[in-house]
Design a protein around this ligand. Structure first.
Ligand SMILES: C[S@@+](CC[C@H](N)C(=O)[O-])C[C@H]1O[C@@H](n2cnc3c(N)ncnc32)[C@H](O)[C@@H]1O
Length: 205
């Protein structure tokens, strides 16, 4: 009997998930990388006093709840697909990360979360360089970048080690969250690289 209940529960749960994804209803993923992002990284950054303006890049039904971490902050989302605007925040940009400087001023953000973008549309070397340079320009002095990516050949057509723009950042770590590189054991070989903007000079604050 417990097996039958377990089976029924699993079928129901699966249907529920698929139905939610199909209708674009908010949904939370529970993979190991999501647990690290949802339960460790986002709460830790949200609690920092020097993180007040946040950009989350790339929206979907399973990213809607991220705004809840930043209720006391200015939380922005950016997504090129206009149909996904409904998954974005009140401050939402329809556009590409490469063009971020067209929408906000220099040094605007304290934290940019770029998870599953590199390798998922951001694939050309020129575009990747432009996107991370834009992150640097639109992050303030010592601003943070969370870069989540899949360490699979098909998702790393241009290796990150070839990207010069990442030299504008310094790897970041903290005892509470780990880093600078957090490797997960997921089938997608998801990795989080934590970065902080290298000190900028000649900035008028
Ligand atoms: C795999 S999803 C990742 C969504 C989300 N960031 C997450 O944590 O799962 C990839 C998303 O990246 C978006 N995307 C692709 N190229 C992009 C670019 N150049 N700039 C910003 N977003 C891009 C896609 O439209 C898509 O919504």
């Amino acid at each position: 009997m417990p097996h039958v209940l377990n089976f029924v529960f699993r079928v129901f749960f699966k249907l529920d998930k698929e139905t939610r994804l199909f209708f674009g209803l908010p949904y939370r993923l529970h993979s190991e990388d999501r647990k690290i992002l949802d339960r460790k990284l986002l709460p830790w950054f949200a609690a920092r006093n020097d993180v007040k303006k946040v950009l989350f890049v790339g929206c979907d039904s399973y990213t809607v709840h991220y705004k809840e971490y930043f209720l006391e902050d200015e939380y922005w989302t950016l997504e090129p697909d206009p149909l996904k605007k409904k998954f974005g925040s009140r401050n939402h940009i329809i556009g590409q990360l490469e063009d971020l400087a067209n929408y906000v001023s220099e040094n605007y953000f304290d934290l940019i979360i770029c998870n599953g973008i590199y390798g998922w549309g951001l694939d050309e070397k020129e575009a990747i360089e432009k996107a991370f340079t834009s992150c640097y320009n639109c992050l303030g002095n010592n601003g943070f970048l969370i870069l989540g990516w899949n360490n699979l050949p098909e998702r790393t057509l241009v290796p990150l080690s070839n990207i010069k723009a990442l030299h504008l950042f310094t790897p970041f770590e903290d005892l509470a969250i780990g880093g600078p590189t957090i490797i997960t054991q997921t089938k997608h070989k998801h990795i989080f690289d934590l970065y902080r903007v290298k000190k900028k000079t000649n900035i008028d604050y």
